[in-house]
Design a protein. Structure first.
Length: 196
């Protein structure tokens, strides 16, 4: 089943400064490619600095995903090029001190994956289809989250290969875990942009 979330995600993107960007990765997964010798293979990375750039990249991303039977994932917490550059220097210093010289080449990607600059942050509640079978169940779960989790604010619902991502602002995680122990909550994971 193809998943095409470009329009749904586009309305969630904002660029307040020229240094703001969104980090996108195209990943080939063994789940979709059983002959792949490892769990996943990184196909490409994109640093998106504007909505125009996002729109322009859409056909290229779709082509790359289709040709490689890969998925495009986008982190909804904005990154900042200054913050990433500073953390890259720190990561490279640590790698050099540890004698891990080859890993220095991927320090910026690592910093872009680890450090966001989004305020307020966006979290992802990962709902599998086995948890929710239809739209009514999704709406009921969102209403239940509002009622049982103080501070919960539903921003968007993004379709994934096996269910949905509820995009939210931060809230009382301890209470959420008590009420919904089987549902995964991610503080800075990517969401699915495209899957062929």
């Amino acid at each position: 089943m193809m998943i095409h979330n470009f329009e749904h995600i586009r309305c969630l993107l904002t660029f307040d400064t020229p240094e703001d960007f969104y980090f996108l990765q195209i990943i080939k997964r063994r789940k979709d490619n059983p002959d792949l010798g490892r769990d996943m293979k990184l196909i490409d990375n994109y640093f998106i600095y504007s909505l125009e750039e996002y729109d322009k990249l859409e056909p290229k991303i779709i082509d790359q995903c289709t040709i490689n039977n890969a998925r495009a994932y986008l982190r909804l917490n904005r990154r900042n090029s200054k913050t990433c550059a500073i953390h890259t220097i720190r990561k490279i210093s640590e790698l050099l001190i540890d004698g891990n010289y080859k890993a220095a080449k991927s320090a910026y990607l690592s910093a872009a994956g680890d450090y966001h600059n989004e305020k307020p942050k966006r979290w992802i509640i990962d709902i599998d289809e086995e948890d929710l079978m239809n739209k009514e169940a999704i709406e009921k779960t969102i209403a239940e989250l509002h009622k049982k989790t103080p501070g919960y604010n539903h921003i968007a619902t993004i379709r994934t290969k096996n269910g949905y991502h509820f995009i939210t602002n931060p809230f009382d995680m301890k209470l959420f875990r008590e009420k919904f122990p089987t549902i995964d909550l991610h503080k800075d994971n990517p969401t699915l942009l495209f899957c062929p």
